[in-house]
Design a protein around this ligand. Structure first.
Ligand code: NDP
Length: 259
């Protein structure tokens, strides 16, 4: 029997696009997690119907959790709900997937665009790491102290992008300037590095993962990858992460991306 990716996982922004496909592939995996928490900012809204149907089909595994990553109150409430549902156990894995992109040449970008994108793409994952830290620690502590870091034990995956890479910027800047998005995801990568150092002592792995260019509302229809292809690649990467990957930026095929 295939080994389980982890016992419990929270995916943010899981009502559509990459997040929804993550939940779908997790629940359909040969050995699915015992509990999948599907974070979604408007669980009863029209854009959450597909997620609600999936959750209905797998009521014993999927719990839809109201989670607006721009709201500290919503994050704190979600943490309490997840803790109660875990009944004394820890949370193994958080996939910080919720994200926004506002088209952004320099001329199109003002203070509001920068702040809005930063709030969702950086502040949200930071507050989630903070409010769920005790649950990640609890999960890590359920393994013997010497156990290597992994997503099965305890981990945070921040969904980043190739466009965050400062090294690779000259080769792709003119195709997609995206000031707010690029700057926010570069900041998210620094958050990854800081958390990786901070959480190492607790046995919690932290890394950034680029899903490829994917056919979603954000990625658009010209993207070469389907969500199914991207997520099945990322699932393999996630399953095989070890200590050495903490603090890194990898793509959906497991290739290293330079900062
Ligand atoms: P989509 O725009 O298709 O979906 C974004 C998801 O994030 C939606 O579920 C949306 O929910 C949710 N979301 C946005 N803001 C919030 C919030 N404040 N609180 C909770 N949920 C929120 O994007 P993708 O699925 O393509 O992107 C997912 C992640 O992958 C993002 O972090 C993105 O930056 C990254 N990425 C995507 C690439 C691509 O090619 N698609 C390439 C590289 C990275 P709602 O329906 O409520 O708006």
């Amino acid at each position: 029997m295939a080994s389980r990716i982890c016992d419990s996982v929270l995916v943010t922004g899981s009502n559509r696009g990459i997040g929804l496909e993550f939940v779908r592939q997790l629940v359909d995996s040969p050995s699915p997690p015992v509990k999948i928490f599907a974070g979604c900012r408007a669980p009863n809204g029209p854009r959450s119907q597909d997620l609600q149907e999936l959750a209905q089909k797998h009521q014993d595994v999927i719990t839809v959790v109201q989670l607006d990553t721009t709201s500290p109150t919503s994050i704190a409430e979600a943490s309490k709900l997840v803790e109660a549902k875990l009944e004394g156990k820890g949370l193994n894995l958080i996939i910080n997937n919720a994200g926004v992109n506002i088209p952004g040449s320099l001329a199109e970008t003002g203070k509001q665009e920068m702040v809005d994108v930063y709030t969702t793409n950086v502040v949200g994952p930071m507050l989630i790491a903070k409010d769920f830290h005790h649950l990640l620690c609890k999960a890590a502590a359920q393994f013997p102290h010497q156990t290597s870091m992994s997503c099965r034990r305890s981990a945070v995956i921040n969904v980043s992008t190739l466009l965050s890479s400062i090294t690779r910027c000259p080769e792709n800047f003119y195709r997609s300037p995206m000031y707010p998005y690029r700057v926010s995801k570069a900041a998210l990568n620094m958050l990854t590095r800081c958390l990786a150092e901070d959480f190492r002592k607790d046995g919690i792995l932290v890394m950034s993962l680029h899903p490829g260019w994917v056919q979603t509302e954000m990625g658009g229809s010209k993207a070469p990858l389907t969500t199914a292809e991207s997520i099945s690649g990322m699932m393999k990467v996630i399953t095989n992460l070890t200590e050495k990957d903490s603090g890194s930026l990898l793509d959906w095929e497991g290739k290293n991306i330079p900062w």
